[in-house]
Design a protein around this ligand. Sequence first.
Ligand code: GAP
Length: 457
Amino acid sequence: MVETAPSAATGDTPAGDLAAEQNGERLDAVVNLCKRRGFVFQSAEIYGGFRSTYDYGPVGALMLRNVKEAWWRAMVQLRPDVVGIDAAILSPPAVWEASGHLESFTDPLVVCRECGRRHREDQLEDSELCPECGSRGTLGEPRQFNLMFRTHAGPVVETGAEVYLRPETAQGMFVNFANVQRACRLRPPFGVAQIGKSFRNEITPGNFIFRTREFEQMELEFFVPPAEASGWFEYWCAERLGWYVGLGIPEDLLRLRPHGPDERSHYSDATSDVEFRYPWGWGELEGVANRTDYDLRRHAEHSGEKLEYFDAATGERYVPHVIEPAAGATRAMMAFLLAAYHTEEVRGETRTVLRLHHRLAPYQAAVLPLSRKEHLIERARQVLGTLAPHWMVDFDVTQSIGRRYRRQDELGTPYCVTVDFETLEDGAVTVRDRDSMAQDRLAIDDLVGYLHERLAR
Ligand code: GAP
């Protein structure tokens, strides 16, 4: 099959190229690719952009769905001990009073008297120095700034109508504990999972989609007998690290980091972060926390409802403890993109390729008619028709075949299916593998089976 660049890779820029990472080239390259190819756009860009808010474009929306789908598959579909819910985003102050977020979900905010910029005090390298304007001694006294977005329900803006946009999906699982446990007749250990939007009025959002004010979380609250909590904590730390590895992030870009006692959230007895090596250094990808019985006890106290488990067989009654693996879908997408981004020299040309796991790639295949001749396009559309019920498949008739391969490489599409003039004679197509660029010729009748074998893993 015609390809402007040849099929043998001669040089590769591995994911761990520290020099490139440190100077931010990798981040810039990924951000540029995201815009150019339609993964992520600055929100309201035509109005100058809305700071730290992003829209997911046609392929970004597909990839984000795939990240969430991969999580749901691992955490709900494949587990008989976990059920899923979809709770409301708006909630009354009582929920956040009980959870402790009204009181404790704060960051220490300092404002520079010289330039007016706001900073998180706990992120300053030098507590005297403004990192924005370089002035010394101009940072004011820290004050605790609550990160929750508050709004009003109904037409009258009054105190009684206050509602909050949830800053974590977790509370949806706690306030529904008794409903879910009874409806599904669950016995600890069992989990309740949820994926959805969360909102935090971050003082310093940034680094593209790493920290935004609106983002998506994927959280599991795993309810266990108190004596089993530390064992399950270890179990979930290992499981969650393994999930990222299984989806293609190299192990040397991941690590588990236990929190020190002064770092932990107000509800946590033990926390470990799954960290990723971002271009700016190690940072949180996901947190695994032992929340003890804090949340169920608090909600029981504040609501007056019994939130406990009664074992009719043994007569035992207890408040389950909770192990919580809490991941960000948008942050995970960023890590997957950064880890998948590769450039390599192919016969004097640079090829950029996203080596995304096929479950995460926006498209699993692309159908490319070799020319724009009507009868070829028609045949290619028939091929698309056989693949589309099984996978998300792109269809591209523009530009030379070599350029179309490059475009699919940048989208991370694992397989390109080319329909050429011989196809009209012999009913066969060429399938090109994204990573090796090797090509196989096979009958259209065998195509679904061929791809199923490779995309089911
Ligand atoms: N329920 C516990 C909880 O929310 P967290 O560590 O604050 O814990 C869990 O958040 C995950 O949510 C983080 O590890 C990160 O992946 C994601 N996350 C948190 N804040 C975020 C933000 N401002 N932007 C993007 N993702 C965020």
